[in-house]
Ligand binder design. Structure first.
Ligand code: ADP
Ligand code: MG
Length: 701
């Protein structure tokens, strides 16, 4: 997200020109001075200091050295796997090591020339070396400019070969700053600058690039980060407010026969207090005349389905239809089955619509829907396509939201003049920072309590040589009447190999668990949907003891008799996937187990994920660990769904500041909803420019 500045083309900046401009545009998406100035350093080096080789004595320190490079050596036979070289200065020699970019390394250095080397020292076999150092040509001028801290900018190979290394970038930015002197406007309201003790914008931009000390950097970064979050929250909260005030929702005024009859006569268990509370929260929304937009978060197994059902009954009581959308066909089928069973002997018409619904059936269904004979429609996202016409759609529930993006959600609001109430349900706990950003436009309910009597799932980590022990454990569980899942990874890039691994695992399993004493079913994405369904059903009905599967079972299936979840190559799964998979067991009264199988060799991240799973079953802790390990861009596939990328903001670390900024913005909007006070005018203009929209602010009261 860029904040705006005078839109001067970078091409016309001294030292750029059309060629370099093209490279900047291609590599970093930089076309204007504003964008250039917001290419912030990712690190700073203290260039007042050039270390000597003899001084290196600490593994934790970054060193900057100047010297010549010689003695380059390639290792690993005909296919080089590693290159070492020696940096020599007047105090000694230091080994440099590369494992990657080897062809670049081979041609990078000219004998006798001096280079600046930067990197962290590591102690290896009793000697210090630097692995993958940063390399720059040595230019004595760089070290006499007078500033003690210099920003280091990310560059790419093509940028470097176009003469756009980090030092050139630094120079260009300096030129741009000089050129824009006095022309960088403030964007935040003065009172906020004062109360938050923020440096002004021009100063922040200057100091983030040309700091004199680390305090400068700190203040500049904080100010610019604050601004990023500020406008982001302003957008979310303002749209939310506008929607709440402008969009009239269907009013579900009464709790009628269907709801009550179900609650008193059909519900097979007592609702947990958390379930009751979230139903109340949503009833309040839907009865208010507002349009509900709510996120319902509840860990795997917390009982979201029945909550969804009761809300749909409430809709039906008020004469409205509901749609329940699931991300996969299997999950849709299972919802349909669960809900049909719960509604047995109740006068509610429920139907299933997925990609594999036959044409004739589909026609009948479309008609019933249009004429209002169907009250509940369950299916995949085919449900909200334009060809599906409801007579009176009042409520849309989206299960496992992470596959539905913000844009798809927005399409729902536009579906009719009075948009349906929207409930988004997720089993993956959402870290608070994401809840305040990615989902910041939704209200929020949490089921923070599991149905009673659940025993915590015992999770352990095994290596392949424990296989025999594992098999006898499985046999014991089967002898007690339990069922077992075995899940293999299946990743697009290595799909073929993955399928082979699954097939091999299946073959080995057949030897250990021979028919007819044991029955094993297999489910993976390459099966036709009939075959998949057939195999799933064998397991659901208890006709198969073991289900071997790829992650198609990730979401939703509910087989309370299954007590063992074995995950092969567990380190290859993401944390939230592992958590989802583990949630497939522990749904009945029996003790359940999750067994993570991995090779001995694990990456640091793989190990951290497995350890997290062994240590905790708390979805929140897992989600936060996930965010830490993967970074927000990756979490829950948000990349595809248009997740915002912040330039300085870091969702893994900024919970406190986001929360704070959100409050600041809330207070601002409360005090001056239309931002019409003189001190807020610049902020308003900036906001409109940033989001390229003009609001009719008078709509907000
Ligand atoms: P999820 O939130 O993961 O979608 P489900 O709705 O599938 O969870 O519920 C998990 C299991 O718990 C189901 O078998 C469901 O029937 C059961 N269940 C839900 N609510 C309760 C409750 N209040 N008491 C006992 N069992 C419940
Ligand atoms: Mg569910």
């Amino acid at each position: 997200m860029y904040v705006s500045l005078p839109d001067k083309k970078v091409e016309f900046l001294k030292g750029v020109g059309p060629k370099k401009a093209a490279v900047l545009a291609k590599e970093l998406n930089i076309t204007t001075l504003a964008e250039l100035l917001q290419h912030y350093p990712y690190r700073y080096i203290d260039k007042s200091r050039i270390h000597k080789v003899a001084e290196i004595n600490d593994e934790t320190v970054f060193y900057q050295l100047v010297g010549t490079i010689d003695g380059m050596q390639a290792h690993g036979g005909p296919r080089t796997t590693r290159i070492t070289a020696w940096l020599t200065d007047d105090t000694g020699r230091l080994e440099l090591v590369w494992f990657k970019g080897l062809s670049w390394v081979k041609t990078r250095f000219v004998a006798g020339r001096k280079y600046v080397i930067f990197g962290k020292a590591t102690l290896f076999n009793g000697r210090y070396n630097i692995v993958h150092p940063e390399v720059d040509d040595y230019n004595p001028e760089d070290f006499t400019l007078g500033e003690s801290l210099q920003g280091v900018y990310s560059t790419t190979e093509s940028m470097k070969s176009a003469g756009l290394g980090t030092r050139v970038i630094a120079k260009l930015i300096k030129t741009a700053l000089l050129q824009l002197e006095g022309a960088i406007p403030e964007t935040l309201p003065k009172p906020i600058l004062q109360s938050e003790k923020l440096v002004d914008r021009a100063e922040a931009l200057l100091k983030i690039h040309l700091p004199s000390n680390s305090e400068d950097i700190h203040k500049a970064q904080y100010r610019l980060k604050f601004e990023e979050y500020f406008f982001f929250q302003l957008n979310i909260l303002q749209s939310k407010k506008l929607r709440e005030q402008q969009i009239k929702g269907h009013v579900f005024g009464k709790v009628g026969d269907l709801f009550n009859n179900f609650y008193y006569n059909h519900l097979p268990f007592e609702l947990t207090n958390a379930q009751k509370r979230v139903i109340r929260e949503m009833r309040a929304d839907m009865g208010s005349g507002m349009q509900m937009n709510r996120l319902l978060q509840g860990d795997v197994g917390s009982g979201k389905t029945v909550v969804a059902l009761m809300l749909m009954l409430l809709a039906a009581d008020n004469g409205f239809q509901s749609a329940l959308m699931a991300p996969t066909e299997i999950l849709a089928q299972q919802h349909f089955q669960t809900i049909s069973e719960l509604l047995v002997n109740m006068p509610v018409e429920v139907a299933l619509l997925t990609g594999s619904t036959k044409k004739t059936e589909r026609n009948v269904l479309h008609k019933a829907l249009k004429e209002g004979q169907l009250q509940i429609l369950i299916g995949t996202h085919a449900l909200i396509e334009d060809t599906v016409i409801f007579s009176k759609l009042g409520l849309v529930i989206i299960d496992e939201q992470h596959r539905f993006g913000v844009a798809q959600r927005a399409r729902l609001y536009e579906k009719s003049t009075t948009p349906p109430h929207v409930l988004v349900m997720t089993a993956t706990p959402i870290p608070r920072t994401l809840a305040m950003t990615q989902y910041g436009d939704l209200d929020y309910s949490v089921i923070d309590e599991l149905p009673p009597g659940r025993k915590p799932i015992v999770t352990s980590h095994l290596y392949p040589q424990h296989r025999l022990r594992l098999i006898s454990f499985m046999k014991k569980q089967i002898a007690e009447g339990r069922q077992i899942y075995i899940v293999y990874p299946l990743i697009k890039e290595s799909e073929k190999l993955d399928l082979i691994a699954l097939q091999e695992g299946y073959d080995a399993l057949l030897r250990d668990f021979p028919e007819p004493d044991y029955r094993i079913c297999v489910v993976h994405g390459k099966l036709s949907s009939e075959d998949k369904e057939f195999e799933m059903q064998r397991f659901v009905r208890g006709q198969a003891h073991i289900m071997v599967a790829t992650t198609v079972i990730e979401v939703g299936v509910n087989v309370p008799n299954a007590t063992v979840m074995i995950i092969e190559h567990a380190d290859r799964f993401g944390l939230s996937q592992l958590h989802q998979l583990r949630g497939r067991v522990g749904r009945g009264a029996d003790q359940s187990y999750c067994i993570l199988v991995t090779d001995f060799k694990l990456t640091a991240d793989g190990k951290a994920r497995v350890q997290t799973m062994v240590e905790t079953t708390d979805g929140f802790r897992i989600a936060e660990a996930d965010l830490r390990l993967r970074g927000p861009g990756d979490t829950q596939g948000t990349q595809q769904s248009g997740m915002v990328q912040f330039r300085l903001g870091d969702l893994t670390k900024d919970e406190k500041i986001i929360r704070h900024v959100r409050t600041v913005v809330q207070e601002l909007l409360t005090a001056d909803p239309q931002l019409s006070a003189p001190e807020n005018l610049r902020t308003k203009q900036e906001f409109e420019k940033l989001y390229q929209k003009t609001f009719d602010w008078s709509l907000i009261g």
